[in-house]
Design a protein around this ligand. Structure first.
Ligand code: ARG
Length: 488
């Protein structure tokens, strides 16, 4: 540091909130550099809830007088109100949300505030705040995923008999029902929801009472705070508690995977709403115009969802990278966990919401889908499987039908134009004309396997999924009520 810079720092420095050991001030650049309150204020309500539980526990363990705990709890409730009303004076000189709340408490209730941090470190405080945030935000993700799946099965229910080509390599492959296609989305989204449910079940231990890393010499009642904050029990190792961020990584990972699923779904909305496909039209409320070209209606909403999957992946990679070389236990690097976390949580919430709206309001162009599916070529596999049912080995059947397809492309004719005699020439096991054999309804009816596209199977899948979603909805309502009940 140059001499002039040094002097500048000393002159403009800010007094340190914890005094004691320090006589010098913090350089203003360092203050700005290290402050996190502008983003970790998102944890305010959890921080207050944790502090209330801690204050009550301190009183019940006779570590502070009951009337002091009372003043602390009342003061914390007032601060919660100030934050809600927007009158709380966030101060970057106090670094983070934890120090901000404690300093404000001192300003509001006086010296008794000095008792709140008894037996507590910001390291276990930030861990308990984040655990509660993760619990709520995972539940929110589950609810968002539930809503989107409910919309999807409702729309799917309207389209059991809407037929479109299913694609591989973005080439028309075989006809499917639109309901089946959208139920495919639902399956992936259900696994996404399960990932958040798994994570929520794992957030069952309370970090409070781990101290900076080695617990406390004071007889804290960790079970007391764990119960008050809706945890099953205290965490089992103080060092792990302040050192680990894997639950956070798990959230970012589940969010990234879910966003990739949403991105692929969005990509189909983009494709399907193009003139080239013309399978759907997005509602005006969920599309935008061009500032230049008056004729355009753009699928910006699914495009932005697709785009945002990049940041969800980035957030995961960012925190994985931050954590990978850190020695045990807490290191300040870990403050970098919050912005990715909040960003992924908010991104996911918004994407789920706009996709639910898009699906609820889009119009299906049934005719365009049917026309695209109306190519007998898409049933070529069926012909081969008819031969298989007559005892022909599949490889031989594949070859025979391949020759038929070759003839069609050469002569520019349709696969269903061969007469019964011509068919018998291709293979004696064929006993009817191609047109008779290549019937879409019969083809669907034959696909009567678990997970298949027959009308019955798809209707069953719809009914089963609807039942499962209803059960999930009541379980989530109960979880929501339970969390709200635990609010101090
Ligand atoms: N703002 C800090 C964070 O988010 C809180 C913990 C601070 N602990 C410390 N020892 N400096 O990680």
């Amino acid at each position: 540091m140059s001499g002039s810079k040094k002097k500048e720092g000393e002159a403009r420095g800010v007094a340190k909130p914890w005094g004691g050991r320090f006589s010098g001030k913090t350089d203003p650049t360092v203050e700005r550099f290290s402050a996190s309150v502008h983003f970790d204020k998102a944890l305010a309500r959890y921080d207050i809830r944790g502090s209330i539980a801690h204050a009550r526990m301190l009183a019940s363990a006779k570590l502070i007088p009951a009337e002091d705990a009372e003043s602390l709890v009342n003061g914390l409730h007032d601060i919660a109100r100030e934050i809600e009303e927007g009158s709380f004076p966030f101060d970057p000189a106090l670094e983070d949300i934890h120090m901000n709340i404690e300093a404000r408490l001192r300003a509001n209730v006086g010296a008794v505030a000095g008792r709140l941090h008894t037996g507590r470190s910001r390291n276990d405080q930030v861990a308990v705040d984040t655990a509660m945030y993760l619990r709520d935000t995972s539940l929110a993700a589950q609810l968002g995923l539930l809503e989107l799946r409910q919309v999807l099965i409702e729309r799917a229910g309207e389209h059991v008999d809407t037929v479109l080509p299913g694609y591989t390599h973005l080439q028309r492959a075989q006809p499917v029902r639109l309901a089946h296609h959208w139920l495919a989305y639902v399956e992936g989204l259900t696994r996404d929801a399960e990932r958040f449910a798994d994570l929520r079940a794992r957030i069952r231990f309370s970090p409070l009472g781990s101290g900076a890393l080695a617990g406390s010499t004071l007889p804290l009642d960790r079970d007391h705070t764990a119960r008050a904050l809706g945890f099953e029990a205290p965490t089992r190792n103080s060092m792990d508690t302040v050192a680990s961020r894997d639950l956070l990584l798990e959230f970012l990972s589940a969010a990234a995977i879910c966003m990739v699923n949403l991105s692929r779904i969005s990509e189909e909305l983009v494709l399907w709403s193009s003139s080239e496909f013309g399978f759907i039209e997005l509602a005006d409320a969920y599309s935008t115009g061009s500032s230049l070209m008056p004729q355009k209606k753009n699928p910006d909403v699914p495009e932005i969802v697709r785009g945002k999957s990049g940041r969800a992946i980035g957030n995961l990679v960012s925190l994985l990278t931050t954590m990978k070389g850190l020695p045990f236990t807490y290191n300040r690097d870990m403050q970098e966990d919050k912005e990715p976390l909040f960003d992924s949580a908010e991104t996911l919430r918004d994407c789920l919401e706009v996709l639910s709206g898009s699906f609820a309001t889009l119009e299906v162009r049934v005719g365009a889908m049917a026309e695209a599916a109306n190519d007998p070529m898409l049933l070529a596999t069926d012909l081969a499987e008819i031969l298989v049912s007559e005892g022909v080995p599949f490889r031989e059947a594949h070859e025979v039908v391949g020759k038929m397809v070759g003839r069609c492309t050469q002569e520019g004719i349709a696969l269903d134009s061969f007469s019964a005699e011509q068919m018998a020439e291709f293979h004696p096991a064929f006993t009817a004309s191609a047109a008779e054999l290549l019937d879409l309804e019969r083809s669907f009816a034959r696909r009567d396997l678990v997970g298949g596209t027959s009308r019955d199977r798809v209707s069953d899948a719809l009914a089963t999924t609807a039942r499962e979603l209803a059960a999930e909805a009541s379980a989530l309502e109960a979880a929501k009520a339970e969390d709200a009940g635990g609010e101090a």
